[in-house]
Design a protein around this ligand. Structure first.
Ligand SMILES: Nc1ncnc2c1ncn2[C@@H]1O[C@H](COP(=O)(O)OP(=O)(O)O)[C@@H](O)[C@H]1O
Ligand SMILES: [Mg+2]
Length: 355
């Protein structure tokens, strides 16, 4: 187990800066996820932690010791990739043993460690099969086993579940969470999938364009997204965004939506005439008499819930309801945010301005 510190990391390839001024403290035993869209620098950051790449600027520390110049092999990290990177001509046992053989671990000890790992990952029956004969999920398990077997201080995962189908992905997600609970090792997990990030992590670092936008627990990131980008990236269906302004109403500050006549009270903010974008999650938008007037354009039922799309002024918003309550396409419905569930972002910078 090790604590990892990224201290003012910058990474540039020629003139292109792909990671900028990144500082994160990964606590000992933590499961920290780097979440962001493709190309935002996640793999680059992971490779720098592993030592496969070096930062242009800034320090990487393991337990307070600078490791910028320490060889990957001496950092005691194990990496699991999206491509399983198993040796196809070797059996599962040989694949698992490989990192031990390279380190000259004696045969009897190797066999014991293989048995332990196989028991934890429930791959005992597969040990004598060639890895090329395994399904994707089985191969990913073996790849996990190979990472575990030499008891590294840090596990690094680069989108390890991306090649699996949805059912298997959910299953392996749970498997990795259990593994973290069991081993208690420091794990840094890279994904573009916000569901994985939300369900697995102790904390999430949300990134875009090589910059850290927010670092927090899944609950914090979900409940108080620091920017409009984070708000839109985390949560399905996606948060609704309604442009407008903060103005002085009769009884204090209100959010006034662009082109709509209704004001939504915003108790805690001083009015400023500031241009803002209000964010409301679909489950926090409710039918309400006298609410913002929406015209229903689409109803999508999954059996357990209904997504109602409504045109609000010039744009569409989505409401997530347990029951359509007789709503039909073409109806006009009043829409109001659940009290306290309106997020406000600066229209220009996208920074959260309240509440
Ligand atoms: N070796 C490299 N040379 C030049 N540009 C690179 C190199 N590796 C990555 N990049 C660029 O850095 C950015 C971040 O890439 P990457 O870390 O792979 O993103 P992610 O893993 O989030 O999809 C991308 O724009 C990518 O094209
Ligand atoms: Mg990547």
């Amino acid at each position: 187990m090790a604590a990892i510190t990224l201290n003012g990391i910058r990474k540039s390839y020629g003139p292109h800066t792909v990671v900028e001024n990144l500082s994160i403290d990964v606590n000992r035993g933590e499961f920290l996820t780097l979440l962001g869209p493709s190309g935002c620098g996640k793999s680059t950051i992971l490779r720098m932690i592993a030592g496969l790449d070096s930062p242009t600027d800034g320090g990487i520390l393991f337990d307070g010791q600078r490791v910028n110049d320490v060889d990957p092999a001496r950092r005691n990290v194990a990496m699991v990739f999206q491509s399983y990177a198993l040796y196809p001509h070797m059996t599962v046992r040989q694949n698992l043993e490989y990192p031990l053989r390279k380190r000259g671990v004696p045969k009897a000890r190797r066999a014991g460690l293989v048995d332990d790992v196989a028991a934890i990952l429930r791959i005992g029956p597969l040990l004598e099969r060639r890895s090329s004969q395994l399904s994707g999920g089985q191969q990913q398990r073996v790849a996990l086993g190979r990472a575990m077997i030499r008891d590294p201080a840090v596990f690094l995962f680069d989108e390890p579940l991306s090649n699996l189908d949805a059912t298997l992905r959910a299953h392996m997600r749970a498997e990795i969470i259990r593994l973290h609970l069991r081993l208690g090792k420091t794990m840094v997990y890279v994904t573009h999938d916000q569901i994985e990030a939300m369900t697995m992590s102790t904390r999430i670092a949300v990134l875009d364009g090589g910059r850290l936008l927010q670092l927090g627990t899944p609950d914090e990131v979900y409940a108080r997204p620091a920017t409009r980008f984070v708000a839109g990236f985390v949560g399905t269906p996606r948060m609704n965004f309604i442009p407008g302004a903060l103005v002085q109403g009769d009884a204090g500050c209100v959010f006034r939506a662009d082109g709509l006549t209704l004001d939504v009270p915003v108790p805690s903010l001083a009015p400023s005439g500031r241009q803002v974008v209000a964010g409301i999650r679909p489950q926090d938008l409710l039918p309400a008499e006298g609410g913002l007037p929406g015209r229903v354009t689409l109803l999508e039922s999954t059996g357990q819930e209904v997504l109602v799309t409504a045109a609000l002024g010039s744009q569409e918003v989505v409401m997530r309801l347990e029951d359509a309550n007789g709503l039909r396409v073409g109806d006009t419905v009043g829409l109001a945010p659940r009290p306290g569930k309106l997020h406000l972002f600066d229209a220009e910078s996208g920074e959260r301005v309240g509440p």
